[in-house]
Each structure stands twice: as structure tokens, then as C-alpha cells.
Design a protein around this ligand. Structure first.
Ligand code: SF4
Ligand code: SF4
Ligand code: FES
Length: 251
């Protein structure tokens, strides 16, 4: 991220509050997320922002509140500003990631410990879990991996967005999220039951299922594409688990 001239954005309904970004005070509307408040203050995100939707893990942020000794964490794109919050971003954590050959790496419980021997340096302090902005039970997936249980580690770490904040607090110096990613890759790629309907769909696509439709779309003008997009049937907010559009074309 870099600091640029302030934006012209103004808020008519918000109160202005002070926040401190890397030690410097800015007055920002209290209705903004940290990311938007920083942009309001003149920062331009060229790193440290991706999805802006709480998915990519690029915007890890550490902050403290007045009168509170604890460090808090949040995703800048999801966390609202608070008056007097003192913050900095940690968009990347340089934790070590093991190299391995996917084809020859065995999907067995011992693999995680062989590729990441530091796994056994975990002292079960739980600092990682307390720091995780996604409420992942980090210590529990590390414990599962110590037992060699790839399936449990996959399940427990499923919501990890690879922000790296857990590693920043680890007294055992583990790169927890890289180890969990290895577990998910091994379990998902080599152990989990295959999805038959996915295989069937992939085969259908390979047989040209979407070819005619794609050719039709590629032949449309920009205006025709905009109209098609705007008139599409959208899933209602309360569509329910089994909602489907009226037409099955393209499903
Ligand atoms: S487990 Fe670690 S890397 Fe994953 S979301 Fe939580 S803090 Fe971020
Ligand atoms: S912070 Fe590190 S040492 Fe503590 S429980 Fe988590 S992985 Fe283990
Ligand atoms: S920008 Fe992707 S999680 Fe915040």
C-alpha cells in the first residue's frame, strides 16, 4: 500500500473519529471498514488487498484499542473502524513453506511431520487460535496433524484464508496455515471420495456441452451481453438450499 493525496469522499451521516495508521492520526467516518477508512485517509492499496470480501486473506490487520493492553486482529476489509484504534497491517507473513513433489508425496499421516518437523514444536499454548480472524481452531488442527489425522485437520482448517496471523504469534515458530494447506491438498486430492456428479459434468463439458452457448455469447455485442446479464434470473435472498432457476440451461 502507499500513501497518496486524500480522496474527495465525504460522509453525510457518519461521525468523524480519529484512528492511527502506523502511528499517524487520521480523521475518518465511523461507518467505514478499516480498508475503506485507510483509502479515505489517502492510502492506495497496491498490496494487502484482494477480494475485499473476507476470503483472500490479504488484508490481515493488527490493532489495539485505548486502555486495552491486548492486541486484536481483523481483516481490514471486514472490520469496522473504532475511535482511537491504533493499527498496522500485516498483509504477508514470511513463514517457510515446504517444497514437495505432488505426484510422489504420500497421503499418509506422517507426511506433515516429515515435511514440517517443527510441527512437534507446538506447546499447545493456543495463542494461534485466539489470534485467528476466521475463528479457526488452529491449535486443534495442529493437534490433529500431530496425531497424523489428515481428515480432521482438513475439516478443522477448512475456513483458513491463509492470512498468516497465527504464525506471527507462535512460540513454536510453526507455519500453521502452510501445514494445514498441505493436509487439505493431500486429503482432498488423494484420499477423499471422488465426487461422481463432478466427474460426470467434467466429461459432459469435455464433450462440448457448453460449446454452442459459448459461441453464441462470443458473437454478442457489449450491449446485448449487458442486457442478458441484467435480465438474468437471480437467486432470491431466502432462496433456500435447493433453489434452482426456472431454466436448467447451463446447469
Ligand atoms: S488459521 Fe492462521 S492463516 Fe488461517 S485464517 Fe486463521 S490466522 Fe489466518
Ligand atoms: S501458537 Fe504455536 S505453539 Fe501455540 S498452540 Fe498454536 S501452533 Fe502450538
Ligand atoms: S481483501 Fe481479501 S480478505 Fe480482505
Amino acid at each position: 500500500m502507499s500513501e497518496t493525496a486524500g480522496t474527495e469522499v465525504e460522509s453525510l451521516t457518519s461521525e468523524m473519529i480519529p484512528i492511527y495508521v502506523m502511528g499517524k492520526q487520521y480523521m475518518v467516518p465511523d461507518s467505514l471498514t478499516i480498508m475503506k477508512a485507510m483509502e479515505y485517509a489517502g492510502y492506495k492499496f497496491v498490496r494487502g488487498a484482494g477480494c475485499r470480501g473476507g476470503i483472500c486473506g490479504a488484508c490481515g490487520t493488527i490493532y489495539r484499542k485505548p486502555g486495552d493492553y491486548r492486541l486484536h486482529v481483523g481483516l481490514a476489509c471486514q472490520t469496522m473502524v473504532e475511535s482511537e484504534m491504533y493499527l498496522t497491517q500485516l498483509p504477508f507473513f514470511p513463514a517457510m513453506r515446504a517444497s514437495y513433489d505432488w505426484a510422489t508425496t504420500e497421503a499418509v499421516g506422517e507426511t506433515a511431520g516429515e515435511l514440517y518437523p517443527e510441527l512437534f514444536r507446538c506447546v499447545a499454548c493456543n495463542a494461534c487460535t485466539k489470534f485467528c480472524p476466521m475463528d479457526v481452531e488452529v491449535m486443534d488442527y495442529i493437534a490433529a496433524l500431530k496425531r497424523g489425522d489428515l481428515e480432521a485437520a482438513t475439516e478443522i482448517s477448512f475456513n483458513c484464508i491463509q492470512c498468516g496471523l497465527c504464525a506471527s504469534r507462535c512460540m513454536g515458530e510453526l507455519p500453521q496455515y502452510h501445514i494445514a494447506q498441505l493436509a487439505r491438498r493431500l486429503y482432498g486430492g488423494k484420499l477423499a471420495p471422488k465426487s461422481e456428479h463432478l466427474d460426470a459434468m467434467v466429461a459432459k463439458i469435455a464433450d462440448g456441452y457448453f460449446k454452442e452457448k459459448l459461441t453464441e455469447l462470443k458473437g454478442m455485442s457489449k450491449d446485448e451481453l449487458i442486457k442478458l446479464y441484467q435480465e438474468r434470473q437471480m437467486e432470491p435472498h431466502q432462496g433456500g438450499e435447493y433453489w434452482k432457476p426456472d431454466s436448467e440451461e447451463g446447469l
